[in-house]
Design a protein around this ligand. Structure first.
Ligand SMILES: *Cc1c(COP(=O)(O)O)cnc(C)c1O
Length: 362
């Protein structure tokens, strides 16, 4: 069977280096807020091109902390794509803010910048973009609107590690960005992990304190904070893997190019990219009518797939107050999408097999 993502294979490439770093941590006996976090934060900020980074417990917390550190809460509105993983929206409601959903562009799957201005009200405080499926959002119009209406811009970069827009990496396209290092992400640890990156020292210091019981120094609490730290073991593993992220993303681009050039089944709508460097292909999402039949066909032929995602956030029970709303483009996407296998450890042979099987679908 061709796995959707063979995580053991992904991580075993680094087994020796990971073993050494873990042995070192066991020898030292220091598990939180230590050298490994400092090292990784420095390297990750450097990678993103931002001045600062701070490791946190997971991607959802990274998003929550950015909003909390910005001082947004009850009565504040934050614009967010209707077509996203629910975590982006949960982070907004968790802070008491109102998520204002905006439809995506059917070609990029990302928020449609042309629809954002109509969603801005006097209560709007920020625009939260999501680099969905690994493609950087076209930021130009978002920046212009933010300037015009004096709004913050945040990035949910949980799927976009390393993607480049106008020569800058994701994470460095806004006031602050959230990353996830969930195992399946382009840069993933062996458990939960996340980071906030920014060029704003004040904001990063506040995130750092908020993530540590609101404390700027031990037993001195200046905010009502939470406990959301990246542990030393995960930081060390991420620090081992980070130098290989670009070559992994390059391999993903090669596979995506091969899929896009060789899948020619008229039933299948292929993903588009406006710039090769802007996309890191976290997932390779195609669309087809009768999606469930296609998925069953692939399963029967030994190709594992996943749906990212089967139900849009506004149709979830968690947001029942929105269940009667209609976001037709988002709904069409959720009804027809399916993600084909893509990962840096897929072999050429596996990639060719997927293409042949997809092309033979009737
Ligand atoms: C994975 C993901 C998150 C959440 O990250 P966790 O580390 O799982 O909390 C948020 N937003 C998007 C778009 C994601 O893909």
């Amino acid at each position: 069977m061709i796995k959707f993502l063979d995580l053991a294979k992904v991580n075993n490439r680094f087994r020796k280096e990971i073993d050494e770093r873990l042995t070192n941590i066991l020898d030292k006996g220091w598990y939180l807020q230590g050298e490994e976090n400092d090292k990784f934060a420095e390297h990750f900020a450097e990678y993103c091109g931002t001045k600062y980074a701070i490791g946190v417990a997971n991607g959802l917390d990274a998003l929550r902390l950015i909003i909390k550190a910005s001082g947004f809460g009850e009565g504040d509105e934050i614009i967010v794509p209707a077509n996203t993983y629910i975590a982006t929206i949960l982070a907004i409601s968790d802070n008491g803010c109102t998520p204002v959903l905006v439809e995506p562009d059917i070609n990029t799957y990302n928020i449609n910048p042309d629809l954002v201005e109509a969603a801005i009200t006097p209560k709007t405080k920020a625009i939260m973009v999501v680099h969905l499926y690994g493609q950087a959002v076209k930021m130009e119009k978002i920046w212009t609107l933010a300037k015009k209406y004096n709004l913050k811009v945040f990035e949910d970069a949980a799927q976009g590690h390393g993607a480049i827009y106008q020569g800058r990496r994701t994470g460095n396209l806004s006031d602050a960005a959230a990353f996830s290092f969930y195992p399946g992400k382009n840069l993933g640890c062996l458990g939960d992990g996340g980071a906030v990156v920014s060029n704003d020292k004040e904001l990063i210091d506040k995130v750092k304190a908020l993530a540590n019981y609101g404390s700027d120094k031990k037993y001195h609490h200046i905010y009502k904070g939470l406990n959301s730290r990246l542990d030393e073991i995960q930081a060390a593993i991420l620090d081992v893997k980070l130098p290989h992220l670009d070559e992994d993303n390059t391999r993903r681009r090669v596979i995506a190019k091969y899929y896009r050039e060789n899948i020619n089944n008229p039933r299948i709508v292929l993903p588009q990219t406006y710039d090769e460097q802007a996309h890191v292909w976290h997932v390779f999402v195609v669309r087809t009518q009768e999606r469930d039949r296609f998925q069953q066909y692939l399963t029967d032929n030994g190709v594992q797939t996943i749906i990212h995602y089967p139900t849009p956030p506004h149709k979830q029970l968690a947001y029942q107050e929105w269940n009667n709303r209609s976001y037709p483009i988002t709904e069409e996407i959720h009804k027809t999408i399916i993600s084909l296998p893509i990962s840096p450890v897929m072999t050429d042979d596996e990639v060719k097999k997927v293409v042949n099987i997809v092309n033979a679908y009737e």
